[in-house]
Design a protein around this ligand. Structure first.
Ligand code: DHB
Ligand code: FE
Length: 284
């Protein structure tokens, strides 16, 4: 690419922090009122940490390194990235347990509300010659009883071929590869996009220091993000992955589920691929 802007972890990290804080203020999240629950969870979390310290006989040098690293994680604005990669998948599983409809996956740090609305079918905003194989992704939204849901909002976002998300990395047009679709009378939607690329979590900040120190890779498999909402139903926040793609078996964010792996086929003109995926909503 000829882009002269070199995005850094600090860029994506601090915009993820700002974005999170904005939405958190709008949600109005307050200090939890259940003292007994906070007491139990904080006590056990701290004891689990102390157990690791005892087990591995943590040295003062390591203690200082951890302190410095935690400070840097905050300075780099990477808490949203770090938590969404290593922790969110566990929270997501609990939140969606017992649902009969489509399975969810983590939201990640890069969702932005109020993306452009394109009706039931269309192409998300993208640059001229946006890199990536054309991908026609379509499907139906229906209830667990099999009824089509008209007017469901299919909120869609993905990274570009360099693994960068608009609104977070600099130098990418506003709303690039982000759009909202609304299902038609049959519950259908259709999105003309590009096949996503694998995503490398930023490695030039504090998270990268941990990855290097532990010898872990930094990759998430290619994925599309989708959030499906409709009045009277539980919102589904999920991601779709691609069969046989790199890191689909070893996602650093542990957010792949078998039901979410797509196997697109070539389009008749041979220039792109197509895939269907239906979303099934649980009543709220
Ligand atoms: C992260 C990035 C993603 O694109 C995603 O889907 C999940 C997590 C992250 O860097 O934390
Ligand atoms: Fe993502």
């Amino acid at each position: 690419m000829t882009d002269v802007v070199t995005p850094t972890a600090a860029d994506s990290g601090s915009s993820a922090t700002e974005q999170f804080q904005q939405r958190d203020r709008a949600r109005g999240s307050a200090t939890p009122a259940d003292t007994a629950r906070v007491d139990a969870m904080a006590t056990e979390a701290l004891e689990a940490l102390r157990a690791v310290i005892r087990k591995y006989q943590l040295t003062y040098a390591e203690y200082h390194a951890v302190k410095a690293w935690l400070i840097k994680l905050g300075e780099d604005g990477e808490w949203p990235l770090f938590l969404d990669v290593f922790i969110e998948h566990e929270v997501e599983k609990i939140a969606t347990e017992g649902r009969e409809g489509s399975v969810g996956s983590i939201e990640g740090p890069y969702y932005v509300e109020n993306a452009p609305e394109l009706g039931s079918a269309g192409t998300p905003p993208m640059r001229e010659g946006e890199p990536g194989t054309p991908l026609h992704f379509f499907g139906q939204v229906r209830t667990v009883a099999g009824e089509p849901v008209q007017g469901a909002v299919v909120d869609f976002w993905q990274a570009d071929a360099d693994g960068l998300y608009s609104h977070f990395a600099p130098g990418i047009p506003e709303w690039n590869l982000r759009a909202r679709f609304t299902t038609d009378a049959e519950g259908n939607f259709a999105i003309d996009t590009v096949h996503p690329s694998p995503y490398e979590i930023p490695i030039d900040g504090a998270t990268g220091i941990l990855l290097a120190a532990a010898g872990w890779h930094a990759w998430r498999p290619e994925h599309l993000h989708i959030r499906v909402s409709a009045e009277g139903y539980h919102t589904i926040t999920t991601q779709l992955y691609f069969e046989g793609s790199d890191h689909v078996e070893d996602d650093i964010a542990m957010a792949v589920k078998d039901e979410l792996i797509l196997a697109p086929t070539a389009t008749d003109d041979g220039r792109g691929e197509q895939v269907r995926y239906d979303f099934v909503l649980d009543p709220a």
